[in-house]
Design a protein around this ligand. Structure first.
Ligand SMILES: Nc1ncnc2c1ncn2[C@@H]1O[C@H](COP(=O)(O)OP(=O)(O)OP(=O)(O)O)[C@@H](O)[C@H]1O
Length: 433
């Protein structure tokens, strides 16, 4: 290792150094081609990708949007749990209105006419089964994990074979989740949803709707009014006439994500409806149109906790022996939740982004020099030769030497010239004399 004094001296001498770039003009076809190729790639990237493909000449604004939905459809069911019933949208869309989403119930497991009283605990609750009151007395007042109410202390028949369970106090009868099968009796592929989407690009003061109307989406030929169109159209992505129809069959949405309606209806699931507004406002506003796509958000290949369900209840009071008694119908609802996502961006020509992109592109051209230097100084066969030409080691002292020699030769030249002149004058005087 070098002694500290030597290190200090080298550091001091480094401090008093200065590097300045030197222009070496290399006349070589090989190096010239490499240089032009790299420049061409960079220029191609700037013009082709940044300016043309990524529209580097435009300013952009993100979409702001409002979505409302309306589902329609009627279904008739003849079910052992619920009896015969005709269901409309107010029955199977829960809640009636949500922000950017709607839920359609496809299957329901009802527990009707529950009231606050005592009844057998569900046999599927662990620890609920008993042989005698003695066992239930020990649990008196406790609520079993996943149980339905506090244990009253008596052991009663469960209603399933010879099995007995502890009695509880709560909403009775408790939900029967023993004989429940995953049918989808409310799944009608003919249900439709009307999705109304208003959007705005505030920076460009542009507002649009996903409805066909003058100044927005053109009505198809032979259709005279928006009402007539909405009453007759159904979204179909493959048909230009119905590509912009805002009314969708639920089956079309589900199938559009590669899922069958029967499958998702049984266990429930979450679907996403994507409305994409990607607009080039350098063209007419009328060409700013929505693109619809669909996907399933919960992939349906789990073996446990498949799909999606939740419970809700209708509460009501009934007169029993002149007293008002509170009742409720409990429903375990399975269905499809549809989320509407609006995304998109609009762009319009502005001079500032264009100049910025050209400027940063020109700065990027400097990379061509760095890459060429690398090739010339480290990769080419003649790299040692080019290195020698590129780097020149100059000492300040040498400059002084040259200056001194210059001034010495200048002085001796002046002396010579003076002597010469003097000689000429002397000769002239002599001849005059
Ligand atoms: N889910 C849907 N399926 C089919 N058509 C629909 C649906 N939702 C709305 N429409 C129809 O689209 C048009 C515009 O609906 P909008 O909700 O604006 O009017 P409306 O008169 O309140 O509709 P309606 O009383 O029929 O529900 C109406 O003709 C309506 O019947």
């Amino acid at each position: 290792m070098a002694p500290p004094k030597a290190l200090l001296l080298s550091a001091v001498s480094k401090f008093f150094e200065y590097d300045t770039p030197r222009i070496v003009h290399i006349r070589s076809k090989k190096v010239g081609i490499i240089n032009r190729f790299i420049q061409l790639v960079i220029i191609g990237y700037i013009i082709g990708y940044v300016i043309v493909y990524k529209k580097g000449y435009q300013e952009f604004d993100n979409v702001q949007s409002a979505v409302t939905t309306k589902v329609k459809g009627i279904i008739f069911s003849n079910d052992s749990d619920i009896g015969t019933r005709t269901w409309d949208v107010a029955d199977y869309v829960i809640p009636p209105q949500e922000a950017n989403a709607f839920f359609v119930m496809t299957n329901v497991h009802p527990t009707l006419l529950q009231t606050q009283t005592t009844c057998p605990e569900s046999i599927s609750v662990s620890g609920a089964q008993c042989q005698s009151d003695e066992y239930c007395q020990k649990l008196l007042g406790t609520i079993l994990p996943k149980g339905n109410g506090p244990v009253t202390g008596s052991c009663v028949p469960s209603g399933y074979g010879n099995v007995s369970v502890c009695s509880i106090f709560g909403w009775c009868p408790v939900e029967n989740n023993v004989t429940f099968d995953a049918r989808a009796f409310l799944a009608s592929a003919n249900f439709t949803v009307f999705i109304k989407n208003n959007i705005e690009f505030p920076k460009f003061d542009v507002t649009r709707r996903n409805l066909p109307e003058p100044g927005s989406i053109q009505l198809p030929e032979n259709v005279t009014s928006i009402d007539a169109y909405l009453n007759s159209c159904m979204f179909n992505g493959d048909n230009p006439r119905d590509k912009y129809c805002p009314i969708f069959r639920l089956e079309t949405i589900v199938n559009g994500a590669g899922v069958t309606y029967e499958n998702i209806s049984q266990e429930g699931g979450v679907m996403q409806i994507i409305i994409d507004w990607t607009c080039d406002l350098d063209y007419s506003e009328n060409s700013c149109l929505p693109e619809y796509s669909f996907r399933r958000l919960d992939k349906g290949d789990y073996s446990i906790s498949k799909g999606f369900n939740f419970r809700y209840a209708d509460h009501f009071a009934m007169m029993v022996n002149d007293t008002s008694v509170m009742y409720r119908n409990l429903y375990k609802a399975t269905g499809i939740r549809f989320l509407v996502t609006v995304q998109g961006q609009a762009g319009q020509f502005r001079i500032v982004p264009l100049l910025l992109n050209i400027g940063s592109g020109m700065a990027l051209l400097g990379i061509a020099t760095v890459l060429c230097d690398f090739v010339v100084l480290y990769l080419l066969k003649a790299r040692a030769f080019y290195k020698e030409k590129k780097y020149l080691d100059v000492k300040g002292q040498d400059a002084f030497e040259v200056l001194r020699e210059d001034s010495e030769s200048k002085t001796s030249n002046e002396v010579k010239r003076r002597n010469q002149r003097l000689g000429e004058v002397t000769d002239a005087n002599g001849s005059d004399a």
